[in-house]
Write a protein that binds this ligand. Sequence first.
Ligand SMILES: Cc1ncc(COP(=O)(O)O)c(C=O)c1O
Length: 442
Amino acid sequence: MTTSRAIGWGMGTLPRIVRGEGSYVYDADGRCYLDGSGGPAAFSIGHGNREVNAAVAAQLAQVACGYRYLFTSEALEELTGLLLRECGPAFAHLVYSLSGSEAMESAMKVALQYWDARGRPGKKRFIARERSYHGNTLGALSLSGFLERRRPFEGSLLDVSFVSAANAYRPLRGLSGKALVAALAEELDARITALGAQQVAAFVFEPVVGAAGGAVPAPEGYASAIRKVCDRHDVLLIADEVMCGAGRCGTWRALEHDGVVPDIMAIGKGLAGGYIPLAATVFRKELGDTILTEQGVILTGHTYSGHTAACAAALAVQRIIARESLVARVRARGETLRRELAQALGRFEAVGDVRGRGFLIGIEFVRDRATREPFPAERSLSHLIGREALANGLICYPCAGNVGGVSGDTIIVAPPYNASEGELAELIDKLARAVGQGLAAD
Ligand SMILES: Cc1ncc(COP(=O)(O)O)c(C=O)c1O
């Protein structure tokens, strides 16, 4: 069956999922898996939550979907109010979509339409970063510094300009601390100048890089430094918080940690926690007001944007997150989880770095701890570990290619925000076993 073999890290035929409850999912053969990565860092409150399921069922019993150009709904209005409150007073507009990729497409389109509405239609170029992922649609893929996912489509992608990744473990010119931040900010500044600020619409980045880097937070001070560069050149700042946002990093917006407010932000994944696909692009009041005043309509979105049952699911998920103070829990527990993982895995010479923020933690494997040389790509170490973990009953998120787009092995750990202490201990235990097995295998 092509569908069951389409993805899955070369695992052959995939297990057939039949049930999920809390932090566990079960397959048709009765095997149980602890979801240590929320799938791809998506399932923020675990599986099978009765309150969310009841909210969706109640919405479906009333009406599944009010088409966005004809109707609003209680679920949509309440969710929009909640999201704008969580995002903070700078944000006043929001466009829903179904996936992170679409949310990033909308982010690009809002930026372009804003400049057009401002009478500056020449501002069409985007600058993004190497070792980044923003989605699989052609626009979002164009922004992505992800060699493997781009390769077959090169030639049809937008002409995006790339600057260096902000990675303290694999830093630009071997720099660290403030010198690294200054060099990265200077690089962006020089790139905008070289392209011509009058041509540049926006700079796009993930505050904590997900699959392309293996949970890499930018160095302290980076976000505010690039915010200043963008302001100086009248270039918009787009934060892709599809993976790292909606509480995953211990603040509702990931950039809250840095005290930085972007102009446009994409959220997805944990927003509705995987119960029904939902993503959103949130943007500053001035951007939306300018577009609406000058052009009357924000030209983005899809048939099912703001799908009513999806909004009901997200509203229920977000109410649980708020009621149970789960973002504060992730903030308080995340750093300890990272330390516990570092301790449990430290005995393996091949574990070079354990980093991350909140419940988005990356483990990077290296052939040589001193030189940080990666393993050869042909060994597929991260996927090997991912397969061993799955065989042990643990779901984690293996990523490859974080070094130069070809080699490099990382595993992302991103448990549900409400995973119990026992489940976190089980995660560490099973992952350590899988790492040992993966490294021993040839
Ligand atoms: C940072 C980031 N942006 C965008 C996307 C695309 O989201 P989706 O797969 O829902 O289209 C992803 C998906 O992994 C992501 O991690």
